[in-house]
Write a protein that binds this ligand. Structure first.
Ligand code: ARG
Length: 270
């Protein structure tokens, strides 16, 4: 049997979906005419907070801003490793104003914020593994930002190319289980990037298109508990076999904007 997986307490930053809506389309999941059920979205988002808190994680909130419907996707605002905050510069003009609001939150919380010079969408594309940063490009974050992040953090940044527009951010195609392993959907990556991932993580959990389409790759793990979309049933079963504990959190309203659990969750690593 497996070793017992050990959770590590996390500090998360989230943003209430008070102004969440689908008002423009910047990824293939978004249909500007689709109505979001605001009450259901709130209820789902609160259930995510309850789940995090019930497993002992700290959750802090940033004040939402009217007119910024995607601000709820806190992961895109920055990537924080070792107390260093690498801010964001959004690809879509509609989202650009979000950065300053998050920067203000970080500054108030006592952090310096580095503003990237090229397009970079935070933890959407820059994923800290515990050893290095896996960095996605192809749809949003630029390769130039990968170089800038490596210079800023002083940790190796490994560039990976995304090729499927439905999985436009790295965090829609891959997530970190713990310091030793990841889960990913291989077909979302270029052939060379798949080879890189196979070399780095020969024991990775490989997900199917169904898992990915249910946003099962947009999960948050504390090393033991994996907060995951309940629709990603097959993946949850495989994680269970590997000794992880899947904790279902249904954010179906947010999928209308191409978002899920991880998109709504920024991790602050001191
Ligand atoms: N509508 C948002 C966008 O397309 C969703 C962002 C999802 N965030 C994420 N970390 N994948 O920008």
């Amino acid at each position: 049997m497996h070793e017992t997986r050990v959770p590590r307490r996390r500090r998360f930053l989230v943003c209430e979906p008070r102004h969440f809506a689908v008002q423009y389309a910047i990824n293939p999941w978004m249909r500007p005419d689709v109505r979001v059920d605001a009450d259901l979205a709130h209820e789902q988002w609160r259930s995510m907070l309850t789940a995090y808190r019930s497993y002992g994680h700290d959750v802090e909130v940033v004040e939402p801003v009217a007119g910024l419907p995607d601000m709820v996707f806190a992961a895109n605002s920055a990537v924080v490793v070792g107390g260093r905050v690498f801010g964001s510069l959004f690809h879509a003009p509609e989202r650009r104003p979000e950065s300053t609001h998050y920067d203000t939150w970080f500054k108030t919380a006592g952090f310096d914020v580095h503003r990237p010079e090229s397009v970079c969408e935070g933890e959407g594309d820059l994923v800290w593994t515990g050893r290095y940063v896996l960095a996605g490009t192809g749809f949003r974050t630029s390769r130039e930002a990968h170089r800038e992040a490596q210079e800023f953090f002083g940790h190796p940044v490994i560039s990976l190319t995304l090729v499927d527009p439905f999985f436009y951010h790295l965090d829609t195609a891959l997530f970190v289980l713990d310091d030793d392993n990841i889960v990913y959907y291989p077909e979302a990556f270029s052939a060379g990037s798949r080879e890189v991932l196979a070399r780095l993580y020969p024991d990775a959990v490989l997900a199917t298109r169904d898992d990915a389409s249910a946003f099962g790759l947009n999960s948050v793990s504390d090393g033991r508990h994996v907060f995951i979309a309940p629709q990603a049933e097959a993946l949850a079963a495989r994680l269970d076999e590997r000794g992880y504990v899947p904790v279902p959190v249904d954010l179906s309203e947010f999928l209308k904007a191409g978002g899920g659990i991880k998109c709504c969750t920024q991790e602050i690593r001191s």
